[in-house]
Ligand binder design. Sequence first.
Ligand code: NAD
Length: 253
Amino acid sequence: MNQIPKARRIAVVTGGMGGLGVAICRQLANAGRHVIALDLAARVERLAGLQHELADLEGIVGFEPADVSDFEQCQQVIARIEQQHGGIDVLVNAAGITRDTSLRKMSPQQWHELMRVNLDGVFNMCRHVVDGMSSRGFGRIVNISSVNGQTGQFGQTNYSAAKAGVHGFSMALARETARRGVTVNTVSPGYCDTPMVAAVSAEVREQIIADIPVGRLGTPGDIARAVGFLAADDAGYLTGINLPVNGGYFMSF
Ligand code: NAD
């Protein structure tokens, strides 16, 4: 195990091997952070490729398997990371799933599965890092929501509810930690060029792009840039905000 210089901040990114997660890991590593990508065990196969890409950077990316919907697993993985590397300074909650269908067809299982990952997952992770951050007097928490949590989306009552809930959670926790050097913010990506959006039909995709003033889908790098901004050491006066990164999408309304 490499010895980490004390000055290097430790960052954990849930969903760290996903379309946006990898870009967020890269952004934070680029800023010299020691980054732990936390994701489902099966995603470890992406780690070698990421480490290869980052070989010339100062930062480091490692991997820890965990299911964010499981409270005990989150507690155990955070304890393991803190024991190996020291206190967690930056937490980015990017793990997320969709279970799309109209409400008329939505099963309780589709509702609860999504809530357990997209909303409980944020609680499960924050619950176990916030005391350490508060006692050390520094922390940056960035929760990834979605434009669909701000506008609602057909077929996504579960997803839109969870994503709107994520920002309510961020604001409440931001108030609880504001005097302890811990900021809590939300980033709400618009439609990004990732497998999630690639799955829609060409016709729907064209319509989505037509509604984006910038005239293109977002890139994972666009989102990671915003996360890096909020996670910076000198971003301590920004807390409880919801930063939309959507190519000016709201101006279309
Ligand atoms: P993705 O599917 O590529 O990545 C999500 C990652 O989360 C995957 O690596 C997956 O393994 C992981 N994950 C899922 N369930 C998990 C669990 N229980 N425990 C741990 N990890 C788990 O999706 P993405 O496009 O990278 O999205 C990342 C975040 O951004 C999500 O929260 C998503 O809702 C949000 N978002 C994405 C878009 C977009 O256009 N891609 C837009 C708005 C918001």
